[in-house]
Design a protein around this ligand. Structure first.
Ligand SMILES: [Zn+2]
Length: 421
């Protein structure tokens, strides 16, 4: 019974720390008075918990504002340099590793192209570990102050069993099923653990992009949304009532492999007629190459050449992009009919490259193919976080854990998070 009440007090304290830390993190500089007003916590609780968070170095004072007739109110903010986060994007064409402070300001980044070896597992693991060493050593960052490494991958991520290691939920046990890159049940967490003891968090790249856009970008404020990742491949993160919808084993949102043409073009997944086989950047560059021009030496260069040709009124390029907009719009109509989102956000490097030209046609196509009522409730927008949003999103994985835990930080010399006193 004593154990149980101790547990409850600890949970309550952790919960209050988490509420205040989260609110300060997302709403910016606030006074104690404003924190009380916004969270409903009592003045005494605010005073105690804020005092603790300041003593732990997690929250700092950030100037003051005059209050009506009273003493100036001190503003508080999360201390951006209290810890560091690493985001990794295992993309279709490169591995990007970036180091961030707690405010998600990028401090260093390392990019390694994948062109020579494709997605050979050992090579990708080696590039992630090399990138980690580059950004940490290059900035002289103490590994003990890194809260965790988030990794976005192009595949379905089966999370590990959190009960097996409560301090490392899912990270080391994570297994990746990347059918389009020939990753068959790759134990990525275990392979990385052999080279680093930092806490690991692994998720699908479209889901990390989704979390980034929902927290800081075009999805902010929406409870029901779909964030679409349009790059070499195509994926989506479905947000239902504020939470990513994962399905039974985390594979939900494989929008790129929904069928737009029964018996149609061969897809990288082995099936036929998938959306990705028509509008993924790899497919587009290949289709444009067949039309007789442009090199496919690099997908980004190939897609830029296709866009440039369309801008110069090349009829073949224009026709291909018009068809792309129609396919995308029709597939977005499917998302609208299935999920009734209030917002659809198109991100990913190809989406951001082609979006400014294609968005009006995509909207027209979605309107033509979707049911009228749900379509009228949905806006279709471009992502706001730029082409590296998957890396930012990956860094939000350890950040989310940090905020949920009420600011648990690893103690020097120990990987395990510090238990609350
Ligand atoms: Zn497919």
């Amino acid at each position: 019974m004593v154990e149980r009440s101790k547990q409850t007090v600890r949970d309550l304290r952790r919960g209050n720390r988490s509420v205040l830390l989260r609110h300060l993190y997302f709403e910016g500089r606030l006074s104690r008075h404003e924190l009380g007003r916004d969270t409903g916590l009592s003045g005494g609780t605010i005073s105690n918990v804020v005092g603790e968070l300041i003593a732990d170095g997690l929250v700092e004072e950030a100037g003051s504002v005059d209050s009506d007739g009273g003493r100036p109110r001190v503003l508080l903010q999360v201390a951006a340099d209290r810890g560091y986060l690493v985001g990794v994007d295992v993309g279709e064409t490169q591995v990007r590793v970036a180091l961030f402070d707690l405010a998600l300001t990028e401090l260093a980044a390392s990019d390694h192209p994948l062109s020579d070896h494709g997605h050979d597992v050992d090579h990708v693991v080696q590039l992630i570990l090399e990138g980690l060493a580059e950004v940490l050593d290059g900035t002289g960052t103490d590994r003990d102050r890194v809260l965790g490494v988030g990794i976005g991958v192009p595949g379905i991520v089966e999370q590990g069993d959190p009960a097996a290691d409560p301090e490392d939920p899912g990270g080391v046990g994570a297994v990746v099923h990347g059918q389009t890159i020939d990753w068959d049940a790759v134990p990525l967490g275990r392979l990385l653990r052999a080279g680093t003891d930092l806490p690991l968090h692994i998720d699908n790249g479209a889901k990390t992009l989704g979390q980034a856009e929902m927290w800081f970008g075009a999805g902010r404020g929406a409870g029901n949304a779909v964030v679409a990742l349009f790059g070499s491949g195509v994926g989506a993160c479905v947000i239902a009532n504020g939470t990513p919808y994962r399905g039974a084993t985390s594979s939900a949102g494989e929008w790129g492999h929904t069928k737009v043409h029964v018996g149609g073009r061969l897809c990288r997944c082995g099936s036929r007629g998938c959306l990705e086989a028509y509008v993924g950047a790899e497919a587009l560059v290949e289709r444009w190459g067949r039309a007789g021009e442009a090199s496919s030496s690099s997908e980004k260069a190939g897609l830029a050449a296709l866009l440039a040709a369309a801008e110069a009124d090349d009829p073949d390029a224009d026709a291909l992009l018009c068809e792309t907009a129609e396919y995308l719009g029709a597939s977005i109509a499917d998302l609208i009919n299935l999920f009734n989102p209030e917002r659809i956000v198109i991100g990913g490097w190809a989406g951001l490259l082609l979006g400014p030209r294609l968005l009006p046609a995509i909207r027209d196509s979605a309107r033509a193919y979707a049911l009228r009522f749900p379509c009228e409730q949905t806006s279709i927008e471009l992502g706001r976080l730029g082409p590296d949003a998957v890396t930012v999103g990956a860094a939000t994985l350890p950040l989310a854990r940090f905020l949920d835990s009420g600011g648990d930080v690893p103690e020097p010399g120990r990987r395990e998070a510090r238990a609350l006193r």
